[in-house]
Design a protein around this ligand. Sequence first.
Ligand code: XMP
Length: 515
Amino acid sequence: MLVILDFGSQYSELIARRIRETQVYSEVLSYRTSAEKLRQLNPKGIILSGGPNSVYDEGAPHCDPEIWKLGIPVLGVCYGMQLMVQQLGGTVERAKRAEYGKAAIAIDDPTDLLTNVEDGSTMWMSHGDSAIALPEGFEVLAHTENTPCAAIAHHQKKLYGVQFHPEVVHSQCGLALIRNFVYHICECEPTWTTEAFVEEAVREIRAKVGDKRVLLALSGGVDSSTLAFLLHRAIGDQLTCMFIDQGFMRKYEPEYLVKLFQEQFHICVEYVNARDRFLAQLEGVTDPEEKRKRIGHEFIQVFEEESKRLGPFDYLAQGTLYPDVIESADTNIDPKTGERVAVKIKSHHNVGGLPKDLRFKLVEPLRKLFKDEVRKVGRSIGLPEEIVRRHPFPGPGLAIRILGEVTAERLNILRDADFIVRDEIKRHGFYHDLWQAFAVLLPIRSVGVMGDKRTYAYPIVLRCVSSEDGMTADWSRIPYDLLEVISNRIVNEVKGVNRVVYDITSKPPGTIEWE
Ligand code: XMP
């Protein structure tokens, strides 16, 4: 295992993912993790991430200085390298010229960390400070035009630092450098494979659950579906999946999912029709946060009631993923206090978001995985591509794509429009190029003309975005012809809609969903 100590960089998770791509397990821990804790964990290497601070800022995050004496190889990246230099007695100063973007590195020592890294290759830089005097025993491995110490090493102690970001895709030989650190310097073996994970997870689930019963809230997304497959493989019919139909699903989705799981996968699914209850909760509600809260609350109510009816169950299976458990996920460090600050934009609700105080014990076999790893696991245990590659769908469903009050009539309008969007996007072969493609119904009406008659009806917003992880997104440049087909079909086939508009806002400043 390798450990990444996070100093608040937006790339910390990316480092962890890159290392896992080399089939070595890695974890992100807080920069406050003590040397003693690290000694117990006994990783084969430590990576210090980048971060938004300057090492000489008052209150800037520092790691336990005992870490340098553990005898474990360390790679400092950007802020991590500057911290290594400063804590070991070198000097870091504000650079004469900040360096952002690509820079060509000139290699001074092509061995060790920089084996197979081409001289002159471009690496991604993002720093305002630079190391200007190295601590004793260190030497320069590479420099750039503006940065005399772009890569450094203390060979004997196996301490390394790079000013650039080898983890980002724009860094040409970044992966070669990471592989050198992982395989040659830390001497890790490539044992983190999907097959090994599945084998181990199945063993652990069996050992934990024994002959007890497990309940799982199935949403049909890739996480809960993979979870269902994994548990079913481990404990067969001791697993019960509960599918709560809150009435905000896409057209034909509940029938499709229940049939798929029961008939094709032979996994027991209890279908709960709670449509009326959820709709009643949203009567007269227009505020987006209020909608989200009421839906989340009602979900828990229904879940508790139904689990009593179907139970008793000893365990609840949750699709918690690794980004949910990283202490530092989505947070920033306040340079003054060193505390982490997260700003809440929306109250997310999903089936994994059940409160911990439900009287179940938890089984969370996916908690070590990143989303792309969940997909790989899903695939390897037989989940069909149509589930593995489906677009994300928010827990509160169509209710947060109907602006204003959610009514049965408006749900039908949106459901029909949404069906056309998905149908045409798939038919034109764009489905897998997009992160999401969906319709939003607005609470206003505009004038149109159809068959020589005046219409006064709702507009539909078409939202198609591309994204890597949903954190940032760009609106998709889908062809005009496709826009035209979708618009024509919606206006002609969906009663109550007379206009279609295309959302051309990226995230930020927009969000992907409208509520
Ligand atoms: P936003 O709208 O915040 O969405 O840009 C980012 C991604 O998250 C999805 N999303 C949700 N997923 N429960 C979920 O499981 C939610 O409450 C929720 N809200 C938004 C959204 O579809 C997009 O992929």
